[in-house]
Design a protein around this ligand. Structure first.
Ligand SMILES: Cc1ncc(COP(=O)(O)O)c(C=O)c1O
Length: 468
């Protein structure tokens, strides 16, 4: 039976990194046991470390990469942009990549969300959406609407405003005393189905929980924020799209904004460009949230870019002679020209190459390759949507530090993969062919075998919080 073995002591760049860099989402004391991979370059779905080993980027580098690393088209667009304009402030100036990107995104919503406000990271887009919603209501004469509703298990980022609407204990609890209060309602996570219940039944129960709150406090509530279709950081918790329809109807009924955080699920990850597009019943017109937050994949995974799309009725509430009634929020790199150019190239790619149709073909290959795992008695809740696959390892089998052990075992099998708790998932770049799909499914299965056959030493028996 293989024993859990720590990787060799960090050397070279990894060692220097541990001396100088404070890594994100990392207990730095533990980083000596799980040293960072020193990545020197990437090509397609592969990353290469400084010893020449390769790793398949099975989680698209925290869900950002769409078309692989060192993509020729994105590289060419960025090199061209670099010779024209890297950055100029977006207050008092504008530039073609920002305008073109805003126009293209608005068109993708059929013009319903007609204005685009730019930022950099996902969390800053969430801050913007919350502030916009509150300020909109104040400008419209409803200053009491100051409260936000989020879902249990929801994740919206790490800045204080975003954390206030996040319900993942490991990220939130230390800072709880600093956070504004928010309402947390039942998650529609389909895994909560009681015996005899369907995912739809869970969605109906969750919507009823939200309705109770809105009935009581809609006069104080500005917005509901949610991740459409999948609560990713919760461990790829899927829900029935009926939940989105119900929330849209409740928000209309009670005069509350609906903010869709598509930071992780947007850009084709769930099979449609925006996950929220799947809220409509088949054959019915699309329905839309009031504000959409987008980041991660929008720049192809190349540069930090986030944005908030808003309905014109929200935008118009800020138009006034009084400067203070405008939305004065800003970041220095708002609308960075390089990042916007990368995003324009991403959207052009979706159109020119029919990325969504190609993804359906790629998804069929990986789903078929995963078939032997579906019935594996060691796992439960095998699930798939679009370009995301996930399963949960049964609790008694997962054991101590499962995610860390799986990650390390994955490295030994040329995988960059990071389970969340006992949820193993893959969210690969949109570059699968039959050979890669078969290889990836086989490596995930072999890694599972390695980990579940490991004997764990006492030293490894400290608890591990579920981080992404
Ligand atoms: C749904 C969701 N919202 C917001 C964020 C925060 O984005 P960022 O890490 O770019 O600040 C994330 C990041 O994983 C996310 O998954």
């Amino acid at each position: 039976m293989p024993h859990f073995t720590s990787p060799p002591a960090p050397q070279g760049l990894a060692s220097r990194s541990l001396q100088a860099v404070w890594h994100p989402c990392t207990q730095m004391k533990r980083a000596l046991v799980v040293p960072p991979l020193a990545i020197t370059h990437g090509q397609g779905p592969w990353l290469f470390d400084d010893s020449g080993r390769r790793y398949f980027d099975a989680i698209s580098s925290w869900w950002v990469n769409l078309f692989g690393h060192a993509d020729a088209r994105l590289n060419a667009a960025l090199k061209d942009q670099l010779d024209r304009l890297a950055h100029v402030m977006l207050a008092g100036c504008t530039h073609a990549p920002a305008v073109e990107l805003a126009e293209r995104l608005s068109a993708l919503t059929g013009g319903v969300l007609g204005h685009c406000f730019f930022a950099s990271d996902g969390a800053s887009a969430v801050e913007i959406a919350l502030k916009m919603s509150f300020h909109h209501w104040r400008n419209r004469g409803f200053p009491a609407k100051q409260e936000f509703v989020c879902l249990r298990q929801g994740y919206h980022g790490e800045t204080l405003g975003a954390l206030a609407v996040t319900d993942v204990a490991v990220f939130r609890d230390a800072y709880d005393p600093l956070l504004m209060r928010s309402h947390q309602v039942m998650s529609p996570d389909a895994r909560q189905a009681l015996p005899g219940e369907s995912a739809l039944d869970v969605a109906v129960r969750a919507a009823a929980d939200l309705e109770k709150l809105l009935q009581a406090r809609h006069g104080q509530i500005a917005a509901v924020i949610l991740e459409p279709l999948i609560q990713c950081a919760a461990g790829m918790a899927f829900h029935d799209p009926a939940y989105l329809r119900a929330v849209r109807a409740l928000c209309d009924q009670y005069g509350v904004h609906l903010i869709a955080d598509e930071i992780a699920v947007g850009c084709g990850r769930t099979g449609s460009f925006f996950a929220f597009e799947q809220a409509a019943l088949p054959g019915q017109p699309l329905i839309w949230p009031d504000l959409i937050c987008l980041s991660k994949g929008i720049s192809g995974g190349y540069l930090p870019l986030s944005l908030v799309l808003s309905r014109d009725s929200i935008y118009e509430a800020f138009l006034d002679d009084d400067v203070a009634r405008g939305f004065l929020h800003s970041h220095s790199y708002t609308g960075n020209a390089l990042a916007c150019r990368a995003a324009c190239e991403v959207l052009a790619r979706f159109k020119d190459d029919d990325v969504l149709a190609r993804n359906r073909q790629q998804a069929a290959l990986l789903t078929a390759a995963f078939a032997p795992l579906r019935g594996d008695a060691r796992i439960e809740n095998f699930r798939h949507i679009g370009m995301i696959w996930a399963f949960d390892v049964r609790e008694p089998l997962a054991g101590f530090r499962f995610a860390e052990r799986f990650h390390l075992a994955g490295r030994a099998r040329e995988l960059l993969i990071r389970p969340i708790g006992r949820t193993v998932y893959v969210m690969p770049p949109y570059l699968l062919d039959e050979t890669l799909a078969d290889w990836l499914a086989a490596q995930v299965r072999a890694t599972l075998d390695d980990v579940l056959n490991q004997s764990v030493t006492d030293a490894d028996r400290s608890p591990e919080p579920p981080t992404a």
